[in-house]
Design a protein around this ligand. Structure first.
Ligand SMILES: [Zn+2]
Ligand SMILES: [Zn+2]
Ligand SMILES: [Zn+2]
Length: 530
C-alpha cells in the first residue's frame, strides 16, 4: 500500500493540469507515503497555501522505430496486434515465405526466412527501402544513412536476415487480392515494420513543470511536478508504432501543458490523496511469455511456438482472457519436477543447455561428451525419483466446484479427463455420478441444452449438452450476460473485450465480466500459486 498526492493547478484564466507530489523539503527522492494518516497530514498542511511555478522546461525528445522483426518479436507483435497464436503466426509466415502465385508472374516468395534471430538487413534491401520512403513520404522521412540494427543474441546465426518483405515495393495493398485475409494482415505488419525501421525518429516537445508550495503549519517546501509530451514531427509513426504489453502508468502522457514562467503564481483547484496498491506482476500473455523466454535464453526461433503449444496441450496452463493461468496439474507437475529434477527446472541450466546445443550445431563442441555429461546426473535423478517419489493423489488435481451431488449429497469437484474437464462426485467409487462442466449459459440454438466445456484434438471448446441432437459449439468462452445489441450469446475476448456470437449482429465492445460459475477460476489458481 502506498499513497500519492495530486493537485489540480492552473494559471488564472487558463486550463488546469494535474501535478503530483514529488519532493518534500528539498528531498530529491520521491516521498514514500505509506499510510493514510501521513497522507492526510500533508494535505492539511497544504490547505490554504499558495502555489508558484518553480521550474519550467521544454526539451525536444525523440523516439526511435523498432528494429525489423526477428521470430520472437514477430510472434509477440502478431499476438498483440492480430491476436494470432505463435503457431498461427509461423504457419502464415511459412506461406508468405514459400510464396503466393501472383497473376501474370511466377510464384514469388514474399518474405525472407521467418526463423531468425538476426535483425540485420541486406544492403540492397536497405537502399530499396530508402527509395520507397523518399518516393512515398518525401526525403524528410528518410534518414541520411540507413539505420543499422545490431543485436547480440546467444547463438544468433548472422547468415540470416531479419524477417522482412522480399521487396518493399510489393506493398500490402498491391497484394490484397492475392492474399487470404490473415496472410494479408501478417504481411502488412511485416512490411510496415520493415519500412518504419528505415524512417526518421518521431519528435516530441516534452515539458516539465515544477510548482512549489510552502506548508502552512510546517513552513517546509513541497514540489508538485507535471510532465507532458506533445508530438512535433511524426517521423516513422506516420506508418507504424509497436504495440505495448502491460501499460504502466510511468510513461509520459501525451498531453499538452500550458506555457508558464518561473515565479508565476498558480491557482489550485483541489489537492487529493489516493491510495494505491503495488500490483503483483500480471500473468503472462503469449507475447510477454515469449519475451521472457527470449530474455532468459530459453527457446530458439524454431521452438517458441511449440513451447507455447505444449504447455497448453498438456493442460499445465489454461488461457483466461488472453493470459496463462497454471492449472492444478501444472502446479503439481512443477512441484514434482522442482523436487526431483532441480537442474532441469533451473532457468540458468536450461539456458546453458541451449547454448551448448547451439555450439554443437556450429561444430564448436562434440555432441557425445556433452550429452554424456548431461545424461549421467539426469539418469541418477530418474533413479532417485523412481525410488522416493510417491504417486500424486488424484484428488490433488481436482478443482473445487460449487455443485453438490444430487444422488449422495457429497460435494462435487472439477476433474480432468481425456475429453476435457467434467464434474465428478467426491464419493467416487461409491457414487459414480458425473456431469458435463456447464458454465451457466443456456444454448442459444436449441434453447434446451446448456453450454459445457469440452476438449478436442484442436483444444478447448464450448458445446451444447444436448449433443448430438444440437451441434452448437464455439471456440472461446461464452459469457453469462447477454449481448447488449441483440440479447444473443456473448463470447469473451481479451481483457474486457467481448463479441456477439451471431455474425448478423456483429457486436464488439467492452463488457465487464459477469458471474462465471464452473468455468476457469483464475482466482482460485492464483491463491494456490502464491
Ligand atoms: Zn454422489
Ligand atoms: Zn443446443
Ligand atoms: Zn448481438
Amino acid at each position: 500500500e502506498f499513497w500519492t498526492i495530486d493537485a489540480r493547478l492552473l494559471k488564472r484564466g487558463g486550463t488546469s493540469f494535474e501535478a503530483s507530489l514529488v519532493s518534500i523539503n528539498g528531498d530529491r527522492k520521491k516521498p514514500e507515503i505509506t499510510d493514510e494518516k501521513s497522507a492526510t497530514d500533508i494535505v492539511s498542511d497544504l490547505e490554504g497555501g499558495s502555489f508558484r511555478v518553480s521550474g519550467f522546461e521544454t526539451k525536444e525528445t525523440r523516439r526511435r522505430p523498432a528494429a525489423p522483426f526477428i521470430t520472437s518479436s514477430l510472434q509477440q507483435e502478431a499476438s498483440r496486434r492480430l491476436r494470432f497464436s505463435a503457431s498461427r503466426t509461423m504457419t502464415l509466415a511459412q506461406q508468405l515465405y514459400e510464396g503466393i502465385e501472383i497473376v501474370g508472374s511466377e510464384q514469388v516468395g514474399l518474405i525472407t526466412y521467418m526463423r531468425t534471430d538476426s535483425t540485420s538487413v541486406s544492403a540492397s534491401a536497405l537502399s530499396e527501402t530508402a527509395d520507397y520512403v523518399k518516393q512515398k513520404f518525401g526525403s524528410t522521412y528518410c534518414p541520411e544513412k540507413p539505420r543499422q540494427y545490431s543485436r547480440k543474441v546467444q547463438g544468433a546465426q548472422e547468415a540470416h536476415e531479419a524477417v522482412r518483405p522480399t521487396s518493399v515495393f510489393r506493398t500490402p495493398e498491391s497484394l490484397r487480392a492475392n492474399l487470404e485475409r490473415d496472410q494479408y494482415r501478417l504481411y502488412d505488419l511485416i512490411w510496415k515494420r520493415m519500412v518504419a525501421s528505415q524512417m526518421v525518429d518521431a519528435l516530441y516537445d516534452r515539458t516539465v513543470i515544477d510548482s512549489e508550495i510552502k506548508g502552512v503549519s510546517s513552513d517546509i517546501p513541497y514540489i508538485f511536478r507535471a510532465t507532458g509530451s506533445v508530438p512535433k514531427f511524426d517521423g516513422f509513426r506516420i506508418l507504424y508504432t509497436e504495440g505495448r504489453d502491460d501499460v504502466s502508468g510511468e510513461e509520459d502522457e501525451e498531453r499538452g501543458l500550458p506555457q508558464l514562467k518561473v515565479g508565476e503564481p498558480l491557482l489550485c483547484n483541489g489537492i487529493e490523496s489516493e491510495q494505491n496498491f503495488s500490483q503483483p506482476p500480471p500473468r503472462f500473455t503469449e507475447a510477454t511469455l515469449i519475451k521472457n523466454l527470449e530474455n532468459e535464453g530459453i527457446g530458439r526461433p524454431s521452438t517458441y511456438a511449440s513451447i507455447i503449444g505444449t504447455i497448453q496441450d498438456r493442460d499445465y496452463v489454461r488461457r483466461d482472457r488472453g493470459r496463462f493461468i497454471p492449472t492444478k496439474l501444472g502446479l503439481v507437475v512443477t512441484e514434482f519436477l522442482t523436487e526431483y529434477f532441480r537442474d532441469i527446472m533451473d532457468i540458468g541450466f536450461t539456458a546453458d543447455m541451449e547454448k551448448r546445443l547451439d555450439e554443437i550445431a556450429e561444430g564448436l563442441i562434440k555432441w557425445n561428451p556433452m550429452l554424456l555429461e548431461f545424461f549421467e546426473p539426469f539418469d541418477t535423478s530418474i533413479g532417485a525419483a523412481k525410488e522416493k517419489a510417491k504417486r500424486v493423489e488424484r484428488s490433488r488435481l481436482d478443482e473445487e466446484s460449487d455443485q453438490v451431488c444430487e444422488q449422495c449429497e457429497r460435494p462435487m469437484v472439477i476433474r480432468g479427463g481425456r475429453n476435457g474437464r467434467f464434474i465428478a462426485c467426491t464419493g467416487f467409487p461409491d457414487c459414480k455420478n458425473t456431469k458435463p462442466l456447464t458454465i451457466g449459459v443456456g444454448c442459444p440454438e436449441c434453447k434446451i441444452g446448456e453450454l459445457a466445456e469440452r476438449k478436442s484434438k484442436r483444444g478447448i471448446f464450448f458445446g451444447c449438452t444436448n449433443y448430438p441432437n444440437c451441434k452448437f459449439a464455439v471456440n472461446s468462452k461464452p459469457m453469462t450476460q447477454p449481448c447488449p445489441d441483440c440479447s444473443g450469446l456473448l463470447i469473451q475476448g481479451r481483457g474486457s473485450n467481448a463479441r456477439c456470437a451471431s455474425k448478423e449482429c456483429g457486436f464488439r465492445g467492452q463488457v465487464e465480466d459477469g458471474d462465471s460459475s464452473g468455468g476457469a477460476r483464475s482466482d482460485e489458481y492464483r491463491e494456490v500459486a502464491s
